[in-house]
Every structure is written in C-alpha cells, then in structure tokens.
Design a protein around this ligand. Sequence first.
Ligand code: SAM
Length: 284
Amino acid sequence: MELWYTEEQTKNIRFSMKIKEHLFSGKSKFQKVDIFDSYEFGKLMTLDGLVMVTEKDEFIYHDMIVHTPMAVNPNMKQVLVIGGGDGGTVRELLRYDKIQHIDMVEIDKMVCDVAKNYLPTLSCGLNNPKVALYYEDGIKFIKDKKNKYDLIIIDSTDPIGPGEGLFTYEFYSDCYMALTEDGILVNQNESAVYEDNRVETVRATKKLKEIFPIAKVYQANIPTYPSGHWLFGFASKKLHPLKDLQSKNWNNLNIKTKYYNTDLHIGSFALPNYIKEIISDGNV
Ligand code: SAM
C-alpha cells in the first residue's frame, strides 16, 4: 500500500510526497509535530501539516537566511534567532568563528527535542556552548533588549498561531531597538505566488519599510515550500545588502556552501517586476 504525505498549500493546491515511513507524530501545546521519511526529500518535519524542513532542500533556506546577512557584515558577534527549532539556522551561524554568542528563542521545546532525535544533521549545533536556548515566546523575549544584537534572524512559521505575532509592527519595532547601530534583521518573508502568502509578504515588508531605513526583499527557490519561490526580508539601520556587500572578505572566510555564493547574493535581490510592484520597491 502506498503512503503519501499531502500538504494543502492553498484551498486549490496540494503538494504530495511519497513516504517510506511516518516516524513520529506528537502534539505540543502549540502545534502538531510530525516526522516523515520520504523517497525524494529524505526525512522531513511538518508543523500543523506544513513542511518546515527536509533533509534534501534545507540547505537552500539556511544558506540564504544566514550567509546573506553575514556577507554584508562578516564581523557580527551577538546573534538572536527567533524560532529555528530544527537547528539549521544555528548550525550555519556556528561556522563563523567571530560569532561569540547566539540566543535562540524557540517557543516549542518539542520541536527541538524531535529535531535532536530525528534530524541530527540540522540540530547538531543546538548543544554548542556558544548557544543559549530559551523555550519562550520570541515576542516577549525581545521586549527588554536594547542595542544588544548585531543580527536578528526570524526563522518562524507562517503568521498563524504562535508565529502570528512575529509579523507585527510592534514586534519589528522591538527588534529595531534590540539591534546595534550596524544591526541587521532578516526574516522568512513568505512568497508572492499564492494569495495567502502574498498578503503576508506585502504586510510584513510594508511594516519593515516603515521602521527600518533600509528594507529589502530577496528570493530563493525552495522546492518544498508553497510554489517553490520563497522570499526573505533584509532590514537594517545602516547597511545596504548590495552596496555594503563584502564579497572579498566573505569569500576569504572559505565557508563552503551548497547554495549561497556572493554572485547569487546580488542576483537574489533582483526581483521580478510583479514582486517589485506589490512591495512598491521601485528601486533596489
Ligand atoms: N524554516 C521554516 C519556515 O520557513 O517555515 C521555519 C522553521 S522553524 C521549525 C519555525 C519555528 O518557529 C517553529 O519551531 C515554531 O515553534 C517557532 N515559533 C513560532 N512562533 C514562535 C514564537 N512566537 N516565538 C518563538 N518561536 C516561535
């Protein structure tokens, strides 16, 4: 008997993967957590039925959410990750010797525990001494932080359930206060292809543009996310993702990546016109 995992990406679009085995199913007080083993994408985690990470294509997302800001300021030392329970973002950050400390604030301990059990290639950095793991709501955690972080990465679920508050004007304003003068914020910024995602991209980008002097959107192809065309937000007080890109310094770090490179960095900010229009990004 064939086993398939199906994600309802919109009310009219479903995405299915043939599955070898359903390895784990649990329910925390925040969400349903499942682990499947698939033929095409290896092991994958879903939260409330939505794909979060797969062994095969997670490198794309984690390369782009970490190396893009790090190539603009390779000297960042204090980092905050909000969400990121699978550990992939922290794993990539730990490849930078200059990073002194990472606060990771994941609301759901079950996600980290399950990732440690089933996704060791992602969660391998969660026990690193540079990492302080807080099982708390990122919305509350950020409130009293001032001028503390060089980089804030919002590696969150979609703006539904516990993730909803990570896309608000108030939360982004708190992040602004928590960042240093050279600080950079990046977030997973949904997608412009399907209506439900597009609404969130427009909303989040509008708020970031109102709060940060520099707020840009960049893109990557992530096969297992709705439509495969996924967006990220880049916001900062001073540093521009292209004008301040330190290609030479980043390349001299010799960090080997499967997806990110500094040429692709530049290209990822060259958005299709239909996206530029909806985020009213006449210029990059
Ligand atoms: N890469 C995935 C994506 O783009 O959808 C996200 C990975 S990670 C699994 C997302 C994490 O955000 C989840 O583990 C979830 O529990 C966490 N999360 C959601 N809302 C949160 C909040 N308010 N504070 C902290 N973590 C939160």
